[in-house]
Design a protein around this ligand. Structure first.
Ligand code: FES
Length: 102
């Protein structure tokens, strides 16, 4: 059963600084693009790189280890349709950023 959890304050995340958090053994990365927040599986499926530490260009994050790229809004990658990161709903309530986790 999914639940909304508070992961940060709005001021903790900005376009040049993503947030990484762990929930029940799962690492999730939260990005800000414009006024919108996106959350995806934070572990790169290539060799486990930390996507929250990747460079963000628009909605595209580049894994800091070997350069795989993912759209933080859709979880998709230009590498092909067989690779896709899970995405998680995000909402803001007051100063709090909340992510819906499974
Ligand atoms: S671990 Fe992410 S590209 Fe290799």
């Amino acid at each position: 059963m999914s639940q909304w959890i508070r992961v940060a304050s709005v001021s903790d995340i900005h376009p040049k600084k993503a947030l990484e958090f762990e929930h029940q053994g799962r690492v999730i990365a939260v990005f800000q693009v414009g006024d919108t927040y996106h959350a995806i599986d934070g572990i790169c499926p290539h060799q486990g790189g930390p996507l929250a530490e990747g460079e963000l260009d628009g909605t595209c994050v580049t894994c800091p280890w070997h350069g795989w790229q993912f759209d933080v809004a859709s979880g998709k990658t230009p590498l092909g349709s067989r690779v896709k990161q899970d995405v998680f709903p995000v909402k803001v309530e007051g100063d709090a950023v909340l992510v819906e986790v499974p």
